[in-house]
Design a protein around this ligand. Structure first.
Ligand SMILES: Nc1ncnc2c1ncn2[C@@H]1O[C@H](COP(=O)(O)OP(=O)(O)OP(=O)(O)O)[C@@H](O)[C@H]1O
Ligand SMILES: [Mg+2]
Length: 333
């Protein structure tokens, strides 16, 4: 278990990059941390392995508080925490095999054993045939595979991925995410994925925290956060089109209701049309979208209805009776 408690980082006594962050990450989880540029994602992940010293707060891994360790103890503990990056960070003057051997050599494993283990790892990530190639001779996806092999060399318990697929095309991204998922299952490694892409979180994470301006705006299971976001930051991320002010400021006589439903309801009942017939509320669809999260299709509707309390009440009651989540939203916040 990784227990992050009240973690803050202030750079140069002025920039509060992360503020009072608390997260618990279970062993074997794939945990997504998502947020816009500058939200503090990299700072958080660099504080987790103490590459960056937090200003306050603690990071416990299996009950050991990393902020209390001395240099030597920290070096030992860091072997349990590996990291991969957007730009792969391979040594270009060394071939793939030597890149993967490096953390083993640093850990005083003899060269022969290190090479044997490195070849096994390159096999696991699917590029044993590139062992003697240099990074510049590989595609981005292949380089990230080498970086993953290198990250696994010390048998870590935790793998931190900072925008590990952001430099890759969608097909290669899907392949690398699948590899991470396989590794998570095969070795029970806890994986923390930092990303600004919802699609990455949707495709492999079980849990997610949404970072917004240095704080955790919302956290929980991916399916519940993404299907029914509560915070403004989460709503912006999940349904960005619903926050297009141009759509809504044009008419002051309407109010808005957000409806979130799962796929069964979407296909079995004409919700909006039947509301008009059954409870005499006419709603216009301002925005609609569906998303597949963990194999279940979720839909989101933004409806506009007439600007009176009675109409809003009737509409919300109608959805509640049909076991669909709905609430009035104010979009120009
Ligand atoms: N070494 C540093 N010194 C001073 N300020 C920093 C440093 N690193 C980050 N910051 C500031 O901290 C804030 C958070 O930055 P961080 O890199 O953690 O964001 P991020 O969410 O990873 O962004 P991106 O998606 O662009 O990578 C920003 O305001 C940034 O300018
Ligand atoms: Mg970053």
């Amino acid at each position: 278990m990784i227990r992050i408690s009240n973690l803050s980082k202030i750079y140069n006594n002025e920039i509060e990059a992360i503020k009072d962050i608390s997260l618990n990450i279970n062993d074997g989880d794939i945990y997504g941390i998502i947020g816009l540029s500058g939200a503090g994602k990299s700072t958080l992940v660099r504080c987790i392995n103490l590459l960056e010293k937090p200003t306050s707060g603690t990071i416990e891994i299996d009950g050991i508080d990393l902020t209390k360790l001395n240099e030597k103890q920290l070096r030992e503990k860091r072997k349990e925490i590996s990291m991969i990056f957007q730009n792969f960070n391979l040594l270009n003057q060394k071939n793939c095999l030597d890149n993967v051997c490096l953390p083993l050599i640093i850990s005083k494993v003899n060269k022969k054993d290190a090479e044997k283990r490195a070849l096994e790892l390159l096999d696991i990530v699917g590029i044993k045939d590139k062992a003697y190639a240099y990074p510049s001779q590989l595609s981005g996806g292949q380089q990230q595979r080498v970086a993953i092999a290198r990250a696994l060399a010390t048998n870590p318990k935790v793998l931190l991925c900072d925008e590990a697929t952001s430099a890759l095309d969608p097909t290669t991204t899907a392949q690398i995410l699948q590899l991470l998922k396989d590794i998570n299952q095969k070795f029970n490694i806890t994986i923390i994925i930092i990303t600004h892409q919802m699609s990455v979180v949707e495709s492999i994470c079980k849990h997610v925290a949404i970072l917004d301006d240095g704080i955790v705006a919302e956290k929980g299971e991916v399916s519940s956060v993404f299907s029914n976001p509560q915070s403004t930051a989460a709503k912006r991320l999940v349904f960005p089109e619903g926050y297009d002010d141009k759509l809504i400021t044009s008419n002051e006589n309407v109010r808005f209701i957000r409806v979130v439903f799962d796929g069964d309801i979407a296909t079995s009942k004409p919700l909006v049309a039947s509301m008009a017939v059954e409870v005499d509320v006419v709603a216009s669809i301002v925005y609609a979208s569906t998303k597949s999260i963990g194999g279940v299709t979720y839909g989101s509707l933004l409806l506009s209805v007439e600007n009176d309390d009675e109409t809003i009440k009737k509409a919300l009651e109608y959805f509640t009776q049909n076991e669909v989540s709905a609430k009035e939203v104010f979009l120009n916040v």
